[in-house]
Design a protein around this ligand. Structure first.
Ligand code: NAP
Length: 249
């Protein structure tokens, strides 16, 4: 049986999965879908689609017209909307769906870690308690910090913003994971960071900032992950490949 698999991507894991499936299951047809929100696109040219589907209904239409047999949702843990659309669309069309997730970070014990339910709580905590905070939360969530006047903000983004940010007292740097522990410690020391703000994304590629913050004694504020949907869920590319193989047999 020649299966037709759609990967919902936008993460390093989704790229790894795409390449591994191509290499390991030759008769599989696999298409990688990305939202296309960053200017820099990955180097895959074939079997790639870019841009939204148009909500759940648009995704349902796509699954039908492209004759997709299974969907692997390998999007970022905080991309809750597309994940919910995938749940609804796969159920409506009646095809299997797998969530490829990231293992949660095991957190260091030697520093203060505070979990908050959302970005607004993180911003309020920074305003109250920090004098120099490192924000590694992505462009989409930064406006919660617009009203903050006191603390210095070091903001790391994937690429320079197209439009000026509303933040005050901020320095913008760019960088793409994976990040190195020594570099992260040096960066945080240079900017005298006392607070790291991050989504509780998990995984290895951005883990170094957590260890770096612990090393320099900075407080870590983590925004809780959205609750993942019910259904099949794995935590490694290899297990996702096994899931696809199980569909073929
Ligand atoms: P989101 O809020 O869950 O999705 C917003 C909309 O973007 C979706 O409704 C969908 O548009 C479109 N979309 C998202 N992922 C798509 C995909 N893989 N293929 C086609 N369309 C997609 O997502 P987000 O938080 O804005 O993140 C956008 C993308 O960036 C995701 O693919 C995610 O994996 C990646 N990313 C997100 C974060 C983060 O912190 N949120 C971090 C790193 C990477 P339609 O409704 O029109 O279909």
């Amino acid at each position: 049986m020649n299966l037709n698999v759609l990967i919902l991507g936008g993460t390093g894991d989704s790229l790894d999965l795409y390449k591994s499936l191509e290499n390991q299951i030759p008769d599989l047809k696999v298409v990688l879908s990305e939202a296309g929100i960053t200017a820099k696109q990955n180097k895959i040219k074939q079997n790639m689609r870019i841009g939204g589907f148009g909500g759940t209904d648009g995704l349902i239409e796509h699954l039908k017209s492209a004759q997709i047999d299974a969907v692997i949702d390998a999007t970022h843990p905080f991309a809750a909307q597309i994940t919910q659309h995938a749940v609804e669309a796969c159920a409506a069309v009646g095809i299997p769906r797998l969530r490829l997730d990231r293992p949660q970070w095991i957190l260091p014990t030697k520093t203060d870690v505070v979990f908050v339910p959302g970005i607004d709580e993180a911003a309020r905590l920074v305003a109250r308690t920090s004098s120099s905070a490192f924000l590694t939360i992505g462009r989409k969530y930064l406006s919660a910090f617009d009203a903050i006047e006191g603390p210095k903000l070091l903001v790391r983004l994937l690429e320079q913003p197209q439009e000026p940010l509303g933040l005050q007292n901020c320095t913008i740097i760019t960088g793409r994971p994976p990040f190195d522990l020594t570099d992260e410690i040096a960066l945080m020391r240079e900017h005298q960071i006392d607070t790291l703000v991050s989504k509780a994304s998990g995984g290895n590629a951005t883990r170094a900032k957590i260890d770096a913050a612990a090393e320099i004694g900075a407080r870590i504020i983590l925004i809780r992950r959205p609750v993942p949907p019910d259904g099949d869920r794995v935590f490694s590319v290899n297990d996702a490949i096994e899931w696809v193989k199980s569909l073929e047999s």
